[in-house]
Design a protein around this ligand. Structure first.
Ligand code: PMP
Length: 396
């Protein structure tokens, strides 16, 4: 049993020593002290089904024994600069990662976070093209350093002192967007931004094939092929941000962009690589050995189907969407007007926590459940999540 500091003491220390900008979910925040595959445990030993771990880090499950073993083994041997001296581990992992990517995407550069990866990608696009203008999509999240905050396009994640030459294109949002699922129609806005906001040339275009923080929104079909063409013509570089949609999560493909039939020039990734540690090459092996991509496809498709049945029962569910184990459930108080049900989302999420299931929340209006569990999630876990969500919604 856990006998460390408890919630009240941690909260007190956070208030005293940590930036108040750090946020947490739930009315009474959870003190998570242990993790095992798709489960989390709080200070009292209460078990929670983690249907959101994918966002923070976890691809193959909390504390997966093979990943833990690889970390311990390497930590016992050597941790040092990868620039000054040779070591086989970084070369081996670069080779393994390159083998998972299509086309000419064969050169790897390692950074410490998704933010850094996107900062580097945008800087490379600018250096290569000699052009400062970058285009990103409204409602995007690409990080919180100066360059990436420019690319991020949600007011709550931005400071106005930081814009950095990024133009924000119309979001090809299939639920709320003005052109519905007509991808090429939205793509015209990218051409407009180039024609009317730049000299006619751009450094690049950065996108999430499925927006994560933005509320699990898969870009409308046909959008990316059209935009890739437009950007190429304007001399720019296409950057796919796979921080959330990569690493087998979508089930149908290993990378989110693959579902759109495009091959970007640069792919950025983060959390999923290391299962929570900045980097770790045991994860790729586990994903393959345990067929986690296939599991994401089978369990994810099943869960989406069950959520759609739940939508037929509960008026509050406006939209169910996603791919594999990257799923969004958008709550509205009026299906016609699509009025965001922000308070209801928070309330249901809290109720679900009480019944032992943790889901995430996001979207511009804070009314979208983000379901991105570790990829070892089972059909039984999916059934449990559905039952709990059903009960919470019935009591609304
Ligand atoms: N890109 C996307 C799509 C993300 O969701 C995030 C983090 N939520 C980032 C980049 C930034 O990654 P990090 O937190 O590792 O800097």
């Amino acid at each position: 049993p856990y006998d460390g500091p408890r919630t009240d003491e941690i909260l007190r220390k956070r208030r005293e020593f940590l930036s108040p900008s750090m946020l947490y979910f739930y009315r009474k925040p959870l003190n998570i002290v242990d993790g095992k595959m798709q489960y989390l445990f709080d200070e009292d030993g209460r078990r929670y089904l983690d249907a959101f771990g994918g966002i923070a880090t976890v691809s193959c499950g909390h504390c997966h024994p093979e990943v833990v073993e690889a970390v311990v083994k390497q930590s016992n041997r050597i941790q040092h600069s990868t620039v000054l001296y040779l070591n086989h581990a970084i070369a081996d992992f670069a080779e393994a990662l390159a083998s998972k990517l299509p086309g000419d995407l064969k050169v790897v550069f390692f950074t410490n976070s998704g933010t850094e990866a996107n900062e580097l990608a945008m800087m490379m696009a600018r250096l290569y093209t000699g052009c400062h203008d970058i285009i990103s999509i409204r409602n995007a999240y690409h990080g919180n350093a100066s360059g990436t905050m420019g690319a991020t396009a949600q007011s709550i994640w931005k400071f106005n002192t930081i814009q950095n030459g990024v133009h924000h294109a119309l979001n090809p949002d299939q639920y709320r967007g003005i052109f519905g699922s007509d991808g090429p129609m939205y793509a015209k806005d990218v051409q407009d931004l180039i024609d009317f906001g730049t000299c006619g040339r751009v450094g690049g275009f950065i996108y999430e094939a499925i927006q994560g923080v933005g509320g699990i929104l898969e870009l409308a079909p046909g959008y990316l092929p059209a935009v890739h063409g437009i950007i190429k013509k304007a001399g720019g570089i296409c950057i796919a941000d796979e921080v959330q949609s990569g690493f087998a999560r979508t089930g149908s493909h290993f990378w989110g962009f693959e579902a759109h039939g495009v091959v970007p020039d640069i792919v950025t990734m983060a959390k999923g690589i290391g299962n929570g540690i900045p980097l770790g090459h045991a994860v790729l092996k586990v994903i393959e050995k345990e067929k986690l991509q296939e599991n994401a496809f089978v369990v994810g498709s099943y869960l989406i189907e069950r959520l759609k049945s739940l939508q037929a029962k509960h008026e509050v569910i406006g939209d169910v969407r996603g791919r594999g184990l990257m799923i969004g459930v958008e709550l509205v108080t009026d299906r016609q007007l699509k009025t965001p049900a922000k308070d209801e989302t928070f309330h249901i999420m809290d109720q679900m926590k009480e019944m032992g299931v943790l889901v995430g929340k996001g979207g511009f209006y804070g009314n979208v459940f983000r379901i991105t569990p570790p990829l070892c999630f089972t059909k039984e876990d999916a059934d449990y999540l559905i039952d709990v969500m059903d009960i919470a919604m019935s009591k609304l």
